[in-house]
Write a protein that binds this ligand. Structure first.
Ligand code: GLN
Length: 541
């Protein structure tokens, strides 16, 4: 407990979507590769308590942790890059901060006082930073990423809090990194530094002098350019780090390392670090960049035009592709287009089908058509959450002859509710944080395909859903050949279904994509890609 944690704060400037999450995760990875213990915290300036109630159009994927927190998708990058488990303490929002302060006020904790942004809100933010650093013992380094862009009204309390925090812990223990954009202006054929100057000026105005600038650029940042940026932003040219666009996000740590960020951090924070060991990471990047074969996976979902909604699935395929020496090309199939694709024209172009998680009715019938095609044509099928529920409905209708079988989510008065509310979910009216969330154990049936793929009989996976396979239909479904190969021992709920007579047909109620990491790609994704390659090559998987 006496260990002094070092704090790195990452802010963003100029525009959003510069990849602050990837940059923070990459920095964490470089420090971990130097033998340090690292954790991260994402501070989000919006007022929602968590992203669980936001549409994927607003926020992208909701990343669920083992302890059942619904968090920002950047936590997924942290876990994938650094191979650590995040939980509720690793993500805080303005909504949570105010919620806590208001509860304290009602309790009388501030009796007699006026409750204000400074110091009450800022103190609450600071105590969350400390809590993240001390969670499960003190870490060597906590990297705190501030969501939003410097200059936004709503991120001001966070910036003020991290300014104060730096003062509290002292110069050698805190460091500020600002990620900015140096745009290339085509008409002038030039990289422009002015937006960076302005954004750093905004930051300095509120009392934060960045120690390091990471500059996203399309082209090379010459030494002269870095000197110029340094001059205007009050840093040395060496503290201006180029972050040129790269082919794969997994190259970012290597690119930042080449440009000297690791050494700078070690010196500035006086870290007790070893030489970085990046061999395995480099091997992984080589495998991502130079695979010898290709395979095409169709993903049929509701938000196909919005890749951020499926971030973890996309990354899981990158990991699984690397393990299979294959580039996995994802074909985004609109569930609505598949409704009229009766002869399988769209599906004949892919080597495997995945139906991911989702909510609501749109495109449901299209998904069922696609699953039927995969089931009847021996094409590998991987269902996740809603994709599992669809597979069960399709099987009930087309194999068991339960015409109009449905999920209660879509049809309240279906005659055959093969997918129904979980026990206890029927009466829940509040929307936030009320689904079945987080990690649950699952027991795999001996001799099942799932058990073979996982190589063990008990697993733990993360959940986010309200509906379940209705146990009343288990007997009928299994008599017709659907195998329930994974069951949650806590509550006897179905976690995995598979078709023993199909080359690869596995659907899961949980979200395996939330557990795939560079250091440990998820076995289901790895095996699904393997099966899709074999399907493409005309073999039986
Ligand atoms: N809508 C379904 C449910 O609530 C599936 C959820 C999901 O796919 N994450 O059970």
């Amino acid at each position: 407990m006496n260990k002094q944690t070092k704090y790195i704060f990452v802010t963003g400037g100029v525009v959003s979507s510069l990849g602050k999450g990837i940059a923070s995760a990459s920095i964490g990875q470089l420090l971990k590769a130097r033998g340090l213990t690292v954790t991260l915290l994402k501070l989000d300036p919006y007022i929602n308590v968590d992203p669980g109630t936001m549409s994927p159009y607003q926020h992208g994927e909701v990343y669920v942790t083992d302890d059942g927190a619904e968090t920002d998708l950047d936590l997924g990058h942290y876990e994938r890059f650094i191979d650590i488990n995040m939980n509720q303490v690793n993500n805080a929002t303005t909504g949570q901060v105010y919620h806590t302060v208001i509860e304290k006020e009602r309790r009388g904790d501030y009796l007699g006082g006026t409750v204000q942004v400074i110091p009450h809100i800022t103190d609450e933010i600071k105590s969350r930073i400390l809590a993240a650093a001390q969670n499960n013992g003190a870490f060597d380094v906590l990297i705190t990423e501030i969501g939003g862009t410097v200059g936004d009204i709503e991120s001001l309390p966070f910036l003020e809090a991290i300014r104060q925090f730096g003062l509290d812990v002292g110069k050698k223990n805190a460091l500020y990194i600002h990620l900015t954009l140096v745009p290339f202006i085509r008409a002038a054929n030039e990289l422009k530094t002015k937006p960076t100057q302005h954004s750093v000026r905004d930051l300095r105005e509120i009392g934060i002098q960045p120690d390091i600038l990471i500059c996203r650029t399309e082209g090379r940042l010459s030494r002269d350019m870095r000197k110029k940026i340094g001059l205007f932003c009050n840093v040395d040219a060496n503290e201006v780090i180029e972050a040129r666009d790269v082919e794969s996000i997994y190259e970012v740590p290597l690119a930042l390392e080449r440009n000297g960020i690791g050494k700078q951090l070690v010196t500035k924070l006086d870290l007790n670090a070893t030489e970085p060991d990046l061999e395995e990471w480099k091997n992984f990047v080589d495998r991502v960049k130079k695979p010898s074969r290709k395979v095409r996976i169709g993903i049929c979902g509701k938000y196909v035009e919005l890749r951020d909604a499926y971030k973890s699935i996309i990354e899981s395929f990158a990991h699984a592709g690397a393990m299979n020496d294959a580039r996995v090309e994802l074909d985004w199939l609109s569930a609505e287009d598949l409704e009229s694709d009766h002869d399988g024209t769209l599906l004949s172009k892919v080597d495997g089908l995945l139906v991911p998680g989702g909510f609501g009715e749109r495109g449901f019938e299209g998904k069922l058509n696609a699953i039927r095609y995969a089931r009847e044509n021996g094409m590998p099928y991987f269902g996740i959450c809603l994709g599992m529920q669809c597979a069960v409905v399709e099987f009930a209708r087309n194999v068991c002859g339960l015409n109009d079988a449905d999920s209660k989510e879509l049809s309240k008065d279906t005659k055959y509710p093969v997918i129904d509310f979980q026990p206890g979910q029927e009466d829940i009216k509040r929307m936030g944080g009320t689904m079945r969330l987080g990690a649950y154990p699952c027991e795999l049936e001996a001799g099942s395909i799932a058990e073979k793929i996982y190589g063990k009989s008990r697993i733990s996976e993360r959940h986010r859903h309200r509906y379940e396979v209705n146990n009343d239909y288990r007997q009928t479904l299994s008599e017709h050949g659907l195998r329930f190969s994974g069951i949650c021992p806590d509550n006897n709920l179905v976690e995995i279904v598979e078709l023993p007579d199909h080359p690869w047909f596995i659907a899961v109620q949980y979200h395996p994509e939330l557990r795939s990491r560079v250091a440990s790609p998820h076995p289901l994704f790895v095996d699904f890609v393997r099966a899709a390659i074999q399907f493409k090559e005309g073999h039986t998987p």
